[in-house]
Ligand binder design. Structure first.
Ligand code: APR
Ligand code: PHB
Length: 393
């Protein structure tokens, strides 16, 4: 049996950043992670950090590699009717975002925790929570084929959408959900990005996104069926379809290269209310999912754990539980605003098979409005660079 103040399930960005923020406040935690270190450090995920989240990481002393290697982006391109329209974040908000791979951030956070003597138990699968309504909740987990137990003051459920923490309190939760009738087929390619800025393309064939990981590596996505068969997509077919969807009046060609990774992401909006029951606090994907169009998943997770770390600090240092009591409401306020933005970006940019000709025209009018009105463009920009974190940054 092991004992800690905060038992954290999941070594994704949420669990790792929480463990680090607690460490800075002198609070002890243990992170349980089902997968290996190797696996989580190489899992390809999102790549855009909001300005406020980048500031949080810098202030927490884990922004070094990010500051050295991230690509600052001061705007994005919206492409529709095969024409480019730039949203200038810097001019509209004075801020920018950083393009930095989530798996590199995970690597940086693991390195920081281990260097500080933190405990991350990899290949340790949490199987069951016990006593979340009691003073000493327990996490049962399996490590090296043995059943073990972690006794905590508080449990942080940072175990993603498919974890065990949210289901453990399911009877106390109300779930809000929306599935989209499409997914994204994403590739990573050894090819210099054909645009210095992200291109979000609304095309009659469906949405496509040009993103990047470095000056030599492109990250590209195309809208597909939610149950699309990846085997039906040869590299040649992927490139041909991407070239079509990124076509632009006056010409545009993606730089092609070796495809090093392929995958399909389902698209879903999901919120669990509240984000806490008893001594179990949910954070990140365990509590909510956004469709990736607004690049918000990782950023929402970071916001949650910033709030949670402050609340736990007040509890452990001053025996003041008021901030923790407000945890769910504080995070949900930001989550719903971000849900709205992600849903809106998704609705504006994708092809909806069920749309009438009228609805298609309204969608194009929305794009025309957002790219011609300073007020509308500012709304997009301030959401994209990140709404303020509750209580700071
Ligand atoms: N026991 C231990 N670990 C578990 C268990 C379990 N039963 N179930 C899941 N996990 C681990 C997963 O292996 C994963 O490493 O929990 C971790 C959850 O991490 P993420 O899925 O990355 O979720 P989160 O930390 O909330 O990150 C937010 O940002 O880019 C978005 O959705 C993307 O993952 C990303 C998210
Ligand atoms: C990515 O680079 O993976 C990415 C960028 C922007 C998005 C979604 C994903 O909106």
């Amino acid at each position: 049996m092991m004992r800690t103040q905060v038992g954290i399930v999941g070594a994704g960005p949420a669990g790792l950043l929480l463990s680090h923020l607690l460490h800075l406040r002198g609070i002890d935690s243990v992170v349980l992670e089902a997968r290996s270190r190797e696996y989580v450090e190489h899992r390809i995920r999102a790549g855009v950090l909001e300005y406020v989240v980048a500031q949080l990481l810098i202030e927490a002393g884990v922004g070094g590699p990010m500051q050295a290697d991230a690509l600052p982006h001061e705007g994005i391109i919206l492409r529709f009717n095969e024409t480019d329209h730039r949203i200038d974040f810097h001019a509209l908000t004075g801020r920018h975002v950083l393009v930095y791979s989530q798996h590199l951030l995970v690597r940086d956070l693991i390195a920081a925790r281990l260097a500080a003597g933190g405990t991350i138990l990899f290949e340790s699968v949490a199987t069951r929570l016990e006593g979340v309504e009691e003073a000493r909740p327990r996490i049962h987990y399996t490590q090296d084929g043995e059943e073990r137990e972690l006794v905590c003051d508080v449990i942080a459920g940072c175990d993603g959408f498919h974890g065990i923490c949210r289901p453990a309190i399911a009877q106390h939760l109300r779930l809000f959900e929306r599935d989209y009738p499409f997914g994204w087929l994403g590739i990573l390619a050894d090819a210099p990005p054909a645009s210095a800025e992200l291109v979000y393309a609304n095309h009659a064939h469906g949405f496509a996104l040009l993103s990047m990981r470095s000056p030599m590596v492109s990250r590209l996505y195309l809208q597909c069926a939610p149950d699309e068969d990846l085997n039906a997509w040869s590299d040649d077919r992927i490139w041909a379809e991407l070239q079509t969807r990124f076509s632009r009046v006056g010409g545009f060609a993606l730089t092609e290269g070796r495809i090093t990774q392929k995958g399909i992401t389902p698209m879903r909006s999901f919120v669990s209310e509240p984000m806490q029951h008893g001594r179990l606090y949910l954070a990140g994907d365990a509590a909510h999912i956004v469709p990736p169009t607004g690049a918000k998943g990782l950023n929402l997770a970071a916001g949650d754990v910033a709030v949670l770390a402050r609340g736990l600090d007040a509890l452990f240092k001053r025996n003041d539980g008021s901030a923790l009591k407000a945890y769910s409401a504080t995070c949900l306020d930001r989550t719903w605003k971000v849900q709205r933005f992600s849903w809106w970006m998704t609705s504006m940019l994708h092809r909806f098979a069920g749309h009438s000709a009228f609805e298609r025209q309204v969608q194009l009018a929305e794009l025309a409005y957002v790219t011609s009105s300073k007020a509308a463009a500012t709304s997009l920009a301030e959401n994209y660079v990140g709404l303020p974190l509750p209580g700071g940054a």
